[in-house]
Ligand binder design. Structure first.
Ligand SMILES: Cc1cc2nc3c(=O)[nH]c(=O)nc-3n(C[C@H](O)[C@H](O)[C@H](O)COP(=O)(O)O)c2cc1C
Length: 171
């Protein structure tokens, strides 16, 4: 059974990226995929200072090991200042060594409808640093796709499923 790790990159309490990650976990489980979720709100995050992975705390080492054992990743990426959010970039700076030559999907979540190109920054980071190939098309959601703390635009769920199936096909 393939194993996907879902990385939720927002630290906000009522995160919309987290809703996308929850929906993706459901879709993957329905397709018989084993899933792990690394929600950056629930780990004791440290700043990357170029120390060895063994010198970070146990939460980070555990996350590193999960990433290393996974076949594929889904990145829930909040858009900050037209790019990857700082916490997610920091997490990747620490763990990029665990992800070598795997595949990834991107769930790019922004306030504005035109901010989807921020996902290109994440694609570049994953590709250049970890030789991780991102499967296209990415899923982009923005503020109007959500209502009352839920995903309102059901097309988003269809796009997530399409991306998940494309990734399973590529494994
Ligand atoms: C510091 C900061 C910078 C942001 N920059 C952008 C941006 O450049 N473009 C955009 O469309 N939305 C931007 N947003 C809006 C977020 O992408 C949006 O609120 C999104 O829902 C955040 O994800 P979350 O709900 O999972 O926390 C920004 C939000 C914050 C807090």
């Amino acid at each position: 059974m393939p194993h996907f790790t879902l990385i939720q990159g927002s630290l906000r309490k009522d995160s919309r990226t987290a809703l996308l990650i929850d929906a993706t976990a459901d879709i993957l489980q329905k397709n018989n995929v084993e899933t792990s979720v690394i929600d950056l709100r629930s780990i004791d995050m440290q700043f990357c200072d170029a120390r060895k992975i063994e010198e970070y705390n146990s939460d980070i080492q555990k996350a590193y090991d999960i990433l290393k054992q996974s076949d594929a990743y889904m990145f829930g990426m909040p858009v900050y200042c037209y790019s990857v959010s700082g916490p997610l970039k920091n997490f990747i700076d620490i763990t990029s060594g665990a992800m070598s030559k795997k595949i990834a999907g991107i769930l790019c979540n922004s306030g504005g409808v035109r901010s989807f190109l921020a996902a290109a920054d994440l694609m570049k980071i994953l590709s250049f640093e970890s030789n991780v190939t991102t499967v296209q098309p990415i899923v982009h959601a923005y503020a109007d796709d959500f209502q009352s703390g839920q995903i309102f635009n059901e097309d988003i769920l269809k796009r997530i499923e399409k991306l998940a199936l494309a990734m399973l096909h590529d494994l």
